[in-house]
Design a protein around this ligand. Structure first.
Ligand code: ZN
Ligand code: ZN
Length: 290
């Protein structure tokens, strides 16, 4: 490493330039030697660190980590990493290209093929307990990844973005209180938080509406592999509420899949005094039946 670097030392040595006092003591000299040795050591370390940094940057994992870091920083678009629109978490191009759920059933937010179609075939056949469902987006990429980051990595930035995306188009009527779809305490402990409750808290702050709490007392099997009928049976007796509830309330959830969870909770809310129950979610999984 060339530790002492005496040439540098001699270059600094003319005592008159360091001090006007011509009688520099041995103590001063040793202080200057130590100082120069330390500065040299630092410079060499710094160049080593820079070179390690360059080599590490070439590793794909580090570049991914850098992308993740930029994604977690405000000021960059959460989807493409370009500079974001002022005060937003996205750029205008990505915002336009998001999978917006524009043409959908009023009651369950399932996409419909005809513009004039107010309800989907399923809601026409079997009236749901929910009066209206608002889900501004479809549960497709890149919303799927954002929801995943929020739910499984507990990313508060992803959560804030999802809440902001919900607020880009609010339901025309919200009623007088919000109610998050509850999670069984054991599941909430495993995940660390209830994502619907987290979103409901943000939306309650933004809308000024109070939050009502429901309980989930049944650790139902995962809904993922079940069809709609099985989901309804699986959720039987899952929720409880202490009434009486206000006449019109809005449920909050992250993703509406078949609508079975929202309808099960809405049915309980109706039994507890609510006359109208709506759903406001981030996204809807298209079932493709219409
Ligand atoms: Zn973008
Ligand atoms: Zn429908």
């Amino acid at each position: 490493m060339g530790r002492l670097e005496l040439p540098h030392l001699t270059a600094l040595e003319p005592k008159s330039s360091v001090s006007t006092n011509s009688t520099t003591s041995a103590e001063d000299e040793s202080y200057i030697i130590n100082l120069v040795v330390n500065v040299n050591g630092f410079v060499q370390h710094a160049s080593k660190i820079r070179s390690w940094g360059r080599r590490m940057w070439e590793l794909p994992g580090w570049q991914q980590a850098h992308h993740r870091l930029r994604k977690s920083l405000p000021g960059y678009c959460a989807f493409c990493l370009a500079p974001a629109q002022l005060g937003q978490g996205w750029c205008s191009t990505c915002f336009t290209e998001l999978p917006w759920n524009i043409q959908c059933c009023e009651q369950c937010a399932e996409p419909v093929s005809q513009k004039a179609q107010r309800l989907c075939g399923r809601c026409l056949n079997e009236e749901p307990a929910l009066t209206c469902t608002q889900a501004n987006l479809l549960y497709q990429s890149p919303i799927k990844e954002l929801v995943h980051d929020f739910k499984f990595n507990a990313s508060s930035r992803a959560g804030m973005l999802l809440a902001e995306l919900m607020l880009t188009k609010m339901p025309s009527q919200l009623g007088t209180a919000l109610l998050a779809v509850p999670m069984h305490p054991q599941r909430a402990r495993e995940r660390g938080f209830n994502q619907a409750q987290w979103l409901a808290e943000q939306l309650s702050r933004r809308t000024g509406l109070p939050l009502i709490r429901a309980k989930c007392q049944k650790l139902a099997a995962s809904q993922r592999t079940l069809n709609r009928r099985e989901r309804v049976a699986n959720l039987h007796g899952a929720f409880s509420l202490t009434g009486p509830l206000p006449a019109h309330i809005t449920l909050i959830d992250d993703v509406v899949t078949t609508g079975a969870t929202g309808n099960a909770l809405a049915a309980v809310a109706r039994q507890s005094g609510a006359e109208r129950v709506d759903m406001w979610a981030v996204a809807r999984t298209p079932l493709g039946n219409n």
